[in-house]
Design a protein around this ligand. Sequence first.
Ligand code: UD2
Ligand code: MN
Length: 586
Amino acid sequence: ITVVLLWRSHEEVTTSDETERDDWVAVRLGRDQKEYVDHRGVHVVVGHYMGEANNLQNPPNLTEELLNSNMFDPRPNQGKDGQPVVIPSHELLKMQQLFHINRFNLMASDRIPLNRSLPDVRKKRCQSKSVNLTGLPAATVIIVFHNEAWSTLLRTVHSVVNRSPRSLLQEVLLVDDASTRAFLKEPLDQHVAMLPVPTRVLRTHERVGLVRARLLGAREARGQILTFLDAHCECTVGWLESLISRVAEDRTRVVCPVIDIINDDSFAYVRSFELHWGAFNWELHFRWYTLGGGEIKRRKQDITEPFRTPAMAGGLFAMDKDYFFEIGAYDEQMEIWGGENLELSFRVWQCGGSVEIAPCSHVGHLFRKSSPYTFPGGVGEVLYSNLARVALVWMDDWKEFYFKFNPAAARLRDRQSVRSRLELRERLQCKSFEWYLDNVWPQHFMPKDDRFFGKIRSRESGRCLQKPVGKGSINQPVGSATVVTCTAEPNLLQMFVMSPSGVIMTDESVCLDAPERDDSARQPKVRIMACSGTGRQKWSYSEQTFALRHASSGLCLSTGPDEALILQACSGHIGQQWQLESVPWK
Ligand code: UD2
Ligand code: MN
């Protein structure tokens, strides 16, 4: 095992798996700096990284004039081939001020030409396997935006125009969701009128949020295929044909590209992983997880073959236009941002379609650490109302689980009227959420009647097993498992699921893990690690002796020094006795 120590900003990030590191993607920043990206899109900087745009000491003075002016100022070769932009040090203060307008490095973006080149990041096999375009339907590309920057919005459009086969691109529709910036009005209309592909700007009369803005675009679309993009993307060669050919073969497929990363600071184009699929955590937040075991094996035969995903990230996908409306388009009562990606994913899967990722289609997306726009009604209200709707309509018994452990959403539950969506589900005769979990995401960590769900309490101290707290929202909570004071419910940190196959897992797809054998004289440490499906994460429980026996070593889970957990030869000792305390979840 190689342990690699890397630094991301001021956090330490560790990985113990060489193969995982192989999969990380490096972008050279300078002579002794390297930037990696892990599978969740987290940037990891090795060495020393100067000049982060997002650390302004004083509040930025953002005047109306500044917000309304278009500062696009392209310089030849900046950002070429997806390279990072270099800002000279005397401009760093200005750069930091501008960062706050869109929550990305606007100055860097504004220096990159609209038609910058990007590397062909596809696997070799994708590059040599050409898609036959004859007879393929054409797409309307729909891009909704609210107060997007000129350079990111138009680089999205230009990358679509430049890197899509002309016969597959019917038109581009931009939907302006009540932006307030002057440059997004007439100047935008004039700019798109000159493009070689029919491009229109539609405008909402008031802020309607991304769902209703996309619906407006979808209703106006003339292409047979709808292809949605966020307003800060860059498409790479081959992106569209790989999506459309799959939909053309089967109109019930919803096909997503691999989402690469445009760095919010340097605007470097960073290739992302192909071995991850989308799902969610106990709070219904979207997450990337390692592909399920079967899928990895199946993919080995042909790495260009698209693979199924339990959920989509939301912004980037292609689907048949008629199928989009047949299956219920979007839930029009979802506001502003959030939840619509899970709603569409559950609906498509449960109502007979499928969601997949096409590894030969790569589109870069600018991932931000915070959201730049206003959320009328408050961000929590908006997001949790949307998620409450997802749960109420699609999740059957698991909605009770969601509301029980997510009081922020539970408070908004009674305000939702979901009758028309339930009618839709009835009309389409959609399958149950249990079917979805069993068939689409068998590796899920949700509670179920066939498995234990609850607390794991030490009979020695009365304390509870707890997973480590995740570092930030996109890091998996991996690290040492601890035994700490049990807290009053609901506390997701102390909840565990033990599956019929003996995997003790919890939120975010992490599992109770210990080394295969006790090679060293020391007692092996028990940790919480990404679920791997291997023997080192299998346990058996005895209701007679209260022992939790580790399958591959035959040792027993024991309380160790301080709050730690260790493996020891099974002795029946009180430190090896665990109470599996079921917690009702529905
Ligand atoms: C992700 C998705 C995004 C959407 C969101 C959940 C990707 C890459 N992005 O978040 O598409 O599914 O999850 O809802 O998968 N917008 C409006 N009006 C609004 C708010 C946003 O038009 O009131 C636009 C915005 O300008 C952007 C798009 O909607 O073009 C998505 O918003 P985002 O980029 O803030 O979402 P993101 O990428 O954080
Ligand atoms: Mn986005």
